[in-house]
Write a protein that binds this ligand. Structure first.
Ligand code: G3P
Ligand code: CA
Length: 381
């Protein structure tokens, strides 16, 4: 059963606290009613729009941010795989949603790392645990991944302990190998996590990220890559360092940490004027899905906002997050089963219908933990 404690800690457990280019797909999707083939992307095959972005891999079916999760997503037909990135002490980019890694690895059970446990205030919030910036890549490679949401995804616990923490370079290698063997374009959609925090430790994403995307032939406006961030300053800086498409992430509440002193909120960034400003440095926006289809007090969908039309008018593509099959995440409209059932919140609802509602609202792509279902939704809309 999924407890109320779990529900109360949703933000922390799901990693929602921090809160998805014109170069890759056309921004002119308004009024689109079905999947359309777009341009010939690097790697050979034609990408279909709206694109399906595997959120942390096929993370509904495998522990997130593992090569197994990314591989399954590719096998299921995802167009892009999404690695969230953090940095190690020795400056390597590794795939984790947080720099605090006790929720998704076995670090807490490793006696040799017991003395690395710390409390850090990151982006204004205190966190206790083990932080990637205190580990070398060699040390990180001794850890094993585990399922983040065992209450909702108990089946994934069968994979606990099987996979290591991948580097961003390993993900790029995987995508390159898949393109070579299948002939299908597999894009990568890296997110820079907590750039201001890492810069304060003299660890910057810019150099390792740009070096790798250049090495893998992705430093081009039409390359199958999007670089995303919830912060603004690093995206603006990256605009001067790479031609790759950039995506400004935004949540319904809060604002970018780097601009918190200036009082900038995601609410102001999500207005028509705010989106126009974003288009001066980015190619797309990754909004929390509620910014497009809000819900009423009883968790039912309301009519779409003007967000998609405003973003398209500004020339931005729109890739909302996150599409998950469990009732827990779905609006009442798409929940299925008996609410009295103790497993009700972990049961799957009608994710196809939810994805199709957003596709009908004109989005250019979706981040999903279940890329197989999103691909199915696109095919049958
Ligand atoms: O990057 C898009 C989406 O993943 C943002 O949320 O917290 O899951 O990285 P998060
Ligand atoms: Ca992300």
């Amino acid at each position: 059963m999924v407890s109320n404690v779990y529900l109360g800690r949703r933000k922390l457990l799901l990693g929602m606290g921090s809160a998805l280019g014109a170069g890759l797909v056309s921004a002119c999707a308004t009024g689109q009613t079905g999947p359309v083939a777009t341009r010939q992307a690097k790697g050979g095959s034609v990408l279909t729009k709206p694109i399906i972005i595997a959120h942390r891999g096929a993370s509904g079916l495998r522990p997130e941010h593992t090569l197994a999760a990314y591989q399954l997503a590719i096998d299921q037909g995802a167009d892009f795989i999404e690695p969230d990135l953090v940095l190690t002490k020795d400056g390597h980019l590794i795939c984790r949603h947080e720099n605090e890694i006790s929720g998704t690895t076995n670090v807490a059970s490793k006696p040799e790392f017991a003395d690395r446990k710390k409390v850090h205030v990151i982006d204004g919030e205190p966190y206790e645990g083990w932080f990637t910036e205190d580990f070398t890549l060699a040390e990180i490679k001794t850890l094993r991944c585990k399922e983040r949401l065992p209450q909702l995804r108990p089946g994934n616990m069968a994979y606990d302990g099987q996979f290591d923490v991948p580097t961003f370079e390993e993900v790029l290698e995987l995508a390159k190998r898949q393109i070579a063997t299948t002939g299908h374009t597999i894009g990568v959609y890296p997110e820079t996590k907590h750039p201001t925090w890492f810069e304060g430790l003299n660890l910057s994403f810019d150099a390792p990220l740009v070096t790798l995307i250049q090495r893998y032939g992705l430093d081009a406006a039409d390359a199958p890559i999007f670089i995303q961030s919830f912060e603004v300053t690093n995206l603006k800086r990256l605009r001067g360092k790479t031609k790759a498409p950039l995506v400004q992430l935004m949540a319904k509440d809060g604002g970018p940490f780097d601009l918190s002193k200036a009082g900038v909120t995601y609410g102001s960034m999500a207005t028509a004027a705010g989106l126009k400003e974003i288009a001066t440095y980015a190619n797309g926006v990754g909004p929390e899905k509620i910014l497009i289809l809000p819900r009423d007090a009883s968790n039912k969908n309301l009519i779409p906002t003007s967000f998609v039309a405003d973003a398209h008018k500004a020339g931005l593509v729109v890739h909302p997050w996150t599409f998950r099959a469990e009732n827990y995440f779905l609006p009442d409209d798409y929940r299925r089963g008996q609410s009295s059932d103790p497993t009700y919140l972990a049961q799957h609802g009608d994710l196809i219908a939810e994805v199709q509602a957003f596709m009908a609202a004109g989005v250019d792509g979706v981040f999903s933990d279940f890329p197989d279902i999103a691909v199915q939704a696109r095919a049958s809309q």
